[in-house]
Design a binder for this molecule. Structure first.
Ligand code: NAP
Length: 246
């Protein structure tokens, strides 16, 4: 796949799935914006990785849950590379707690980053994509947005909402040749999952027919496909990458 004249903006690309997606696009020749919130050194390392593979990249700090910072992130992208072809809303956080113990702030923060963050990014990108009559938007959702999970009422709500908003945007933007899809990973080996108690990991593994965690690169391959011409007739879908978990 050739993304040589494409600009790709990946939110939360300093590590984990976002890093894998950003480097995969960089290796295919795209100009990549590596967004981060606090992990500056890690984001700069991703930029170096892309440059050493022959690609172009910049790191941009922005909190996607902040309306003005999201606007600045899109503006900086356009100023640096002249446009925006592929937007990948990947930034995400968890604040797990059983409902009895979950605090209002735990709910609000997760919704602000995982849902409002994606809304902010699309809000500031869609006018340009509609005008240029092409674009690819991907929202990184989660398997738990489809099946629920105890202790994650906030996170599950954000991801189920992401699946719904994906379908709305697909219907709204389809006439202008913009596809919008969600990718719903299962249990992927990143910092988000590495601190889970072993018992929780074992119970997840028992539910995965392929009997292993997924790799961030396996999610990145799906993102490359959905951004490519090969996926030109796929929109409004939630694509599972979960080892057969559901
Ligand atoms: P991760 O390793 O914890 O990385 C999260 C990324 O999001 C980091 O780059 C972080 O940036 C960024 N981020 C957090 N808050 C942000 C904010 N307010 N503004 C901008 N960036 C922010 O997570 P991951 O496992 O790669 O997950 C990536 C996405 O996949 C998330 O949406 C997650 O919900 C989803 N997902 C993950 C799994 C899994 O098993 N890992 C499964 C299903 C879905 P800083 O480093 O600068 O803080």
């Amino acid at each position: 796949m050739d993304f040589k004249d494409k600009t790709v903006l990946v939110t939360g690309a300093s590590r984990g799935i976002g890093k894998a997606i950003a480097t995969a696009f960089g290796q295919q020749g795209a100009s990549v914006v590596v967004n981060y919130q606090s992990s500056k050194d890690q984001a700069e390392a991703v930029v170096e990785l892309i440059k050493s593979a022959g690609g172009k990249a910049i790191a941009v700090k922005a909190d996607v849950s902040n309306y003005q910072e999201a606007e600045m992130l899109v503006k900086t992208t356009v100023e640096a590379f002249g446009g925006l072809d592929v937007l990948i809303n990947n930034s995400g956080i968890t604040k797990d707690q059983l409902m009895m113990r979950m605090q209002e702030d735990d709910f609000d923060k997760v919704i602000a980053v995982n849902l409002k963050g994606a809304w902010n990014m699309v809000k500031h990108s869609c006018r340009m994509m509609l005008k240029q009559k092409h674009g690819r938007i991907m929202n990184i959702s989660s398997v738990v947005g489809l099946i629920g999970n105890p202790g994650q009422a906030n996170y599950v709500a954000s991801k189920a909402a992401i699946n719904g908003i994906t379908k709305s945007w697909a219907k709204e933007f389809g006439k202008k040749n913009i596809t919008v899809n969600a990718i719903a990973p299962g249990f992927i080996d990143t910092e988000m999952t590495e601190n889970l108690p072993q018992a929780v990991k074992d119970s997840y593994l028992g539910q995965i027919p392929l009997n292993r965690l997924g790799q961030a690169s396996e999610v990145a391959e799906t993102a490359l496909f959905l951004a490519s011409e090969k996926a030109s007739y796929i929109t409004g879908q939630v694509i599972s990458v979960n080892g057969g978990m559901i």
